[in-house]
Design a protein around this ligand. Sequence first.
Ligand SMILES: CC(=O)N[C@H]1[C@@H](OP(=O)(O)OP(=O)(O)OC[C@H]2O[C@@H](n3ccc(=O)[nH]c3=O)[C@H](O)[C@@H]2O)O[C@H](CO)[C@@H](O)[C@@H]1O[C@H](C)C(=O)N[C@@H](C)C(=O)N[C@H](CCC(=O)O)C(=O)O
Ligand SMILES: Nc1ncnc2c1ncn2[C@@H]1O[C@H](COP(=O)(O)OP(=O)(O)OP(=O)(O)O)[C@@H](O)[C@H]1O
Ligand SMILES: N[C@H](CCC[C@H](N)C(=O)O)C(=O)O
Ligand SMILES: [Mg+2]
Length: 501
Amino acid sequence: MILRDLIAHLDRPLHSGPLDTDITAVTSDSRLVEPGVAFVAVRGESRDGREFIPKALERGAAVIICDTAPDESHPAEVPYIQVSDTRHALAAFARLLAGDPSKKLRLAGVTGTNGKTTTAFLIHHIMKRVWHRAGVIGTVIVDDGEQTRPANFTTPEPVELNGLLARMVDHGCRGAAMEVSSHGIDQKRIGGIAFDAAIFTNLTQDHLDYHGTLDAYAATKFSWFESLAADPLGKKPVAVINFDDGYGEKLVTLLGDKMPMIKYGFNVHCDFRANNFKQSARGMEFELTAKGKSYLVRAPLIGRFNAYNILSALAAASAMKIKLRDAVTAIAEAPQVPGRMEHCGTKDGISVFVDYAHTPDAVTNACRTLKELNPNRLITVFGCGGDRDKKKRPLMGKAAAEISDACIITSDNPRSEDPETIIKEIESGMVGTRYRAVVDRAEAIRIAIHAAGKGDIVLIAGKGHETYQQFADRTIDFDDRREARRALAERPEPPLPPRKR
Ligand SMILES: CC(=O)N[C@H]1[C@@H](OP(=O)(O)OP(=O)(O)OC[C@H]2O[C@@H](n3ccc(=O)[nH]c3=O)[C@H](O)[C@@H]2O)O[C@H](CO)[C@@H](O)[C@@H]1O[C@H](C)C(=O)N[C@@H](C)C(=O)N[C@H](CCC(=O)O)C(=O)O
Ligand SMILES: Nc1ncnc2c1ncn2[C@@H]1O[C@H](COP(=O)(O)OP(=O)(O)OP(=O)(O)O)[C@@H](O)[C@H]1O
Ligand SMILES: N[C@H](CCC[C@H](N)C(=O)O)C(=O)O
Ligand SMILES: [Mg+2]
């Protein structure tokens, strides 16, 4: 695309150098620059992209985009564009160079502290059942309609994101579901992406390391809805909001009548309302009241929180013109979301579940759900990630201790931090229950599963689908599900029953 046409989409850019240059791609990483590629110098948290302008020029950058004026040494023959917001420019170039793919798909975005991955999986499943081809982008996998691969980010950077959406269009997908993280909103990774449905699942404590306060975190989430209301980008996006959640209620008030809205939850004021929720170890059912009709929803998922995820998936599907009856039928065969309340086996009357609960609210939900299955005891194994929100550590401890009968505190991904220090911070919130600290996660899992007896449930929380464990100096292969199965298999065989006389 010609540079002149690209910069027409930027907000009052200042420019120098030739504008008839052909631009083939864009990047914010100097290491990926080649001739024909535009380099956007983004100021990050640890590095300032402007440091890498000389490197980008050396590698043949076709244009430099920056938020300050060029220095004197800048070669006159290389165009230089000065903008007020480099992340906005990066997103705009990425989108335009990929052919603005979000406009060619029905796209549902999911934001909120918990439930994004699950909800995106559910919407993707419904879309595939009804439209045959659909894509998904999130924490666990990306599926471009033909190939599935493990994800790098929850919400990818603009070049990867638009490239994925373009491949979905090429592969004949009619729609896609994607997770919208608060980092993704704040860093404008979703800049210019046109959504048909925007879901708000809930907001509870997480990511205070990044956002500072819960209100600032909420404001970031809300800003996505406000921007869709102010500029729907040629679509008529519907906001799908959890109206049982305090922040969801605030969002409803904030949006007023600025955009169409579906409120969901268990309370009587909801447009998509659940009632008569029941669950067993195998799944759940509830009555859905929506659009003046009533439906019996059955799903092979457990946990009242998953009823919320299902409600929002059904509401989003309906907002995207999928017949509610078809969506309800599809949900009855919803897939297992990897590492979300994943049952990893039963032996000697002991059941083991792996769940990605890594926030205080998620730990509460996961523990409560399993307690509702009436185990003899609930034994919870968990830790907290290093280099992430420290304030959630005692709160996760408190949540696990309050509901579980026994806990083993262990390491999650310690990253650059000392695992024992993280464990101490968790311990400071633990009251009431019996617990032990075991730094080695495999050992902690083994101890819990070997100490369990008939009728007990073991919950291994925090790492879900992850297949690695990150330490300061190394990353190892690690999978809670594999460790759980191994520990179950290693349990000694029960003694033979006494001989009949
Ligand atoms: C906190 C955070 O989100 N950080 C992101 C941020 O990093 P940063 O601001 O520190 O960037 P930086 O390393 O200082 O680099 C600045 C710029 O210099 C460029 N650079 C750097 C080196 C070089 O040689 N040449 C060069 O051009 C970089 O490409 C970058 O554009 O910008 C980088 C590039 O744009 C991202 O890769 C990086 O994500 C890091 C890896 C990360 O871990 N992010 C996580 C926290 C994240 O985004 N998570 C959310 C999920 C959260 C959830 O909901 O649970 C997600 O959506 O995945
Ligand atoms: N709607 C919900 N409300 C509260 N807790 C939930 C909800 N859905 C899932 N959870 C809990 O949160 C955990 C993470 O769920 P999920 O992966 O769907 O969320 P996420 O928002 O994608 O998380 P992340 O931001 O880490 O990717 C689950 O394992 C479960 O314990
Ligand atoms: N998206 C979350 C995942 C946390 C998962 C947990 N296992 C950890 O490593 O802290 C984050 O990056 O904060
Ligand atoms: Mg996720």
